[in-house]
Design a protein around this ligand. Sequence first.
Ligand SMILES: *Cc1c(COP(=O)(O)O)cnc(C)c1O
Length: 432
Amino acid sequence: MPENKSTQLRPETDVLTRGFDPSLSVGSARPAVFRSSTYVFSSPEAAERAFDIMGGRAQRTAEENVDLVYSRFNHPNAQILEDQIIPLEPGASAAAVFNSGMAAIMTALLAVLKPGDAILYTVPIYGGTQTFIQGFLQPFGIQGIPVPAGRSEAIDQAIRGSRNLRVVLIETPANPTIVMTDIRRACETVARLSGTPGNGSSSPERPVVMIDNTFLGPAFQHPLALGADVSLYSATKYLGGYSDIIGGVALTRDLGLIGKIRSKRSLFGNILQPDECWILNTRLPAVTLRMNRQSKNAQRIAEKLSGHPNIRKIYYPTLFEDPDQARIFHGQCDFPGGLVSIDLKGGKQAAFDFLRNVRLARNAVSLGGVETLACHPRSTTHSAWTAQDLDEAGITEGLVRISCGIEDWRDLRADFEQALDSISVSPASTPA
Ligand SMILES: *Cc1c(COP(=O)(O)O)cnc(C)c1O
């Protein structure tokens, strides 16, 4: 691969030209799918060398081609996909692909956390991530410290005040109320910890900052460029883009860290399978095109629907009222993205009527696909929360989350308007 040339290319070009050498797939213009579970060594010496490198007893040299061994550790389709995705994430020099977003998050966390450590995380956070921290890491002796998304001062204090802090995990924007957390500020606070005597950390290493970038990345938000160490994805969402694949990715600039993550992946056996890698590989060149269209659709719809008599509030970055949230959005994101949440007057009944009456949008969880989806977080994705936590986070009975697709926005707007107009509860009859 022309590694030296490709580093000068822009992401949209680079994603189409790197990662894949047709001569290694008998000249095929698209990669073959290598479904083999095991690989034939070029010599016994090459086999020994591959195991030495895998076992950390030797370092691969820059020019060296190491023989593949076994597909739980690595396979050509994962390598192709990992090379191809790097240019989409500014600042990344390595990637690891997983068989789900949860697998990526879990493996990245377990690559650095050990009993006695603490992990700070923003709430609300993806339900699976929260359950993993509270229900799995905590019983193993890793302390979970929740901090409210978007509250920079409180996050700074928690970073400075937590003992044995090993990971800061930020999900931004938070789901479903689109609260944004300042990535750069958290990274700077973490960077100032190192070398500060008495910061409570027993480890000389500073905490690792990981960002769940599923909602706005890779097109609109670039955590590594803002100072974060790891950018994590559920590739099931925008990267996959068609609601037909489950996958995950971890990206970093730190080759030592990717080595630790990959060695845990080899152990857990959660690498993305060859066929799935091939599918994801076909989706990446158009991810920026799709996301741009989804963001434009969402913005037009959010701005046109705002002020509708049946809507109490619309959550969307260009409609932020809080000046600090607007500041974070403008400083951190290139575009506002494809997710809109609308809080309906008339509570749950109104939200259910709306979901029943939309004709184009489908009532489903998940997001990021080319088709528009809508769901009621309080009774589905966030149903495990207590009423008090839901109320505090603004996840009301009337809240509907919409993931905009690539349809013509005028059709979507007309559909949402007819669904809003057909809500049968009178707005005055039920409190929001
Ligand atoms: C969907 C999602 C996940 C989990 O991803 P899976 O691919 O379902 O395992 C994690 N984080 C966010 C923000 C998500 O939306």
